[in-house]
Design a protein around this ligand. Sequence first.
Ligand code: GDP
Length: 426
Amino acid sequence: MVKAVVGANWGDEGKGKITDMLSKEADIICRFQGGANAGHTIVNDYGKFALHTLPSGVFYDHTTSIIGNGVALNIPVLFKEIKSITDQNVPMPKIKVSDRAQIVMSYHILFDQYEEERLGGKSFGSTKSGIAPFYSDKYAKIGFQVSELFDEELLQEKVVRICETKNVLLEHLYHKPLIKPEELLKELHEYRDMVAPYVCDVSAFLYEAIKEGKNILLEGQLGSLKDPDHGIYPMVTSSSTLAAYGAIGAGLPPYEIKQIITVCKAYSSAVGAGAFVSEIFGEEADELRRRGGDGGEYGATTGRPRRMGWFDCVASKYGCRIQGTTDVAFTVLDVLGYLDEIPVCVGYEIDGEVTTDFPTTAKLEKAKPVLKTLPGWKSDIRGIKNYEELPENCRKYIEFIEQQIGFPITMVSNGPGRNDIIYRNK
Ligand code: GDP
């Protein structure tokens, strides 16, 4: 059985915690897109971890962690991450890296920085991890696939070709130092030696695993609104964030994905530029940011303060629909316990008309939030295990949002830990 854990919004919804929790029942956890540009924060028996490349299921002995072909594979980051978890006494995980994954090169990271510098105030707010240049090269067919690391003749020819194209841009567009074929070759050899023990024909491995009835979890990065096709283009990421892409980015049949768990946070946060209709500012935002997540809403990779907002029913209804949601995991609800009243965005006003349909970007820029205020519950809900024991106003908040987004909230997360979860039978 294959399940996917994906985000409904701008990312940072708490997918890491839900994946870590569901990994208990999983045999294989697979990353299928994105790279080391975003992170998941996980709190479990071993401590607190920020993962960027490894799937959030690496903490169990019984699981295999897979980096699928759709991932932007940064090999030094992967190794640093393995070391950071084993240094904290997590047993060495079983890792497989797809032979079809492509490699983030040091020049991708440089180009990302140079392009942000060039764009100045008009930049996309990239994390400068090389993700956009990486995926551009993948689709321009000048990327390095893991399998190619083992073909010396190909590498020697290709590094010369890559330097020719890259150096034109470095010299004339960015006015930066040029790159040399022998340096690239050295970098690739290092990567080859590091990754060699883990290389695997992942789609064949997963095909067999499905036949054997294994439980496979696909872990998405970011959320629906950052999808290059269905998100807030161009303020999006460079690979699809949708569960459907799990089939491609891991290499398994689309019809095998039986459950799509879309993670939705009880309020909104976003990083980077782009329209954010329910955004709040000033002291109101600072307080929510301070209290949010587990130790504040700051980027797991960059430490950047996140932009904050109230729950957005319009964006979340759309975000859940485009994922193909079967279940919603509603997270970080405990954080809202300090509020007397909780505003929720229930519609967008665009050119004088109110809609609950999420628009394309130009219209989204004009949208103003239509807010409805719900009463708060003014108490700490951490530690509660049964839905019926939640305060009445808290249940009303969940049920109101469930009705607005139109997808069943079957899990409510009321704390960062593995066991802070309330299951609802829907
Ligand atoms: P991801 O990228 O979707 O995995 O999300 P992040 O890891 O960036 O952000 C989620 C943050 O919220 C992390 O710091 C988690 O430890 C924390 N978190 C997850 N679920 C809950 C919850 O139910 N309550 C609280 N207080 N924190 C949570």
